[in-house]
Design a protein around this ligand. Structure first.
Ligand code: NYM
Ligand code: MG
Length: 226
């Protein structure tokens, strides 16, 4: 038996980082990537929305208030933007590379449902996510409204206002409760280093559990809690 045959390739992990605007997601994703690389893991870092694709460009224009879209229509574009990378994520993970994703289906469902459009419920919003690669772990960076306020004013993009953010916070709570198994809530109100240390620790533990988890799974329908 050759060395290759005796040591089958281990897959990478799919690690999602979620949270409100200003929770520090992007900085923490970059720190996590650097730490995992230092530890010898192969890593790729992806952000959603991916504004570089044709669909991503429509989303970018909408977020910058340069264009208008029906709420359902833009919602489905955000989802399509994940579907267009789904195969790439599957292949990358299968080839042994851990994929870190900055925002995913949770942001997708929660931000759209936060618009309080009577025909766009959280359940409706989740539906197009069913079947996408399911994260091995979702790290939710939790920050209080007070701490968020300390981190400076809102940006100029759509959704970056108090009303939306407080609805988003509430809906994240509802959604993450229903997906409890895969979620790890991180107190992101601490120093960058403290937060990073915990995130790296959780990510490394997740990678070491992959044999027990088995192959990459798919997102299922929302659990009914009532
Ligand atoms: N957003 C992001 C959505 O509304 N739906 C989605 O599916 C995703 C991935 O885009 N305010 C919103 C949340 C953010 C905005 O993201 C841009 P970022 O990470 O702030 O660039
Ligand atoms: Mg933002």
């Amino acid at each position: 038996m050759t060395l290759l045959e005796s040591q089958p390739m281990r897959r990478g992990a799919l690690i999602i980082v979620e949270g409100l605007d200003r929770a520090g997601k992007s900085s923490q994703c970059e720190l996590l990537r650097d730490q995992l690389l230092t530890k010898g893991h192969a890593v790729e870092y992806i952000r959603f929305p991916d504004r570089t694709t044709p669909i991503g460009k429509l989303i970018d224009s909408y977020l910058r208030n340069a264009s208008h879209q029906d709420d359902h229509s833009i919602h489905l574009l955000f989802s399509a933007n994940r579907w267009e990378l789904a195969k790439h994520i599957q292949d990358t993970v299968a080839n042994g590379t851990t994929v870190i994703v900055d925002r995913y289906s949770y942001s997708g469902a929660v931000y759209s449902a936060a618009k309080a459009n009577p025909t766009l419920s959280l359940e409706w919003a989740w539906q197009p996510e069913v079947g996408l690669p399911r994260p091995d772990i979702c790290l939710f960076l939790s920050i209080s409204p007070e701490e968020a306020a300390k981190r400076g004013g809102f940006g100029a993009e759509r959704y970056e206002n108090e009303t939306m953010q407080s609805r988003v916070r509430q809906l994240f709570g509802t959604l993450l409760d229903r997906q409890r198994d895969d979620v790890c809530v991180i107190d992101a109100g601490r120093t960058v280093d403290e937060v990073s240390e915990e995130i790296v620790d959780v990510a490394v533990k997740c990678i070491s559990r992959l044999d027990a988890i088995g192959p990459l799974r798919a997102l299922g329908p929302l659990e009914i809690t009532h």
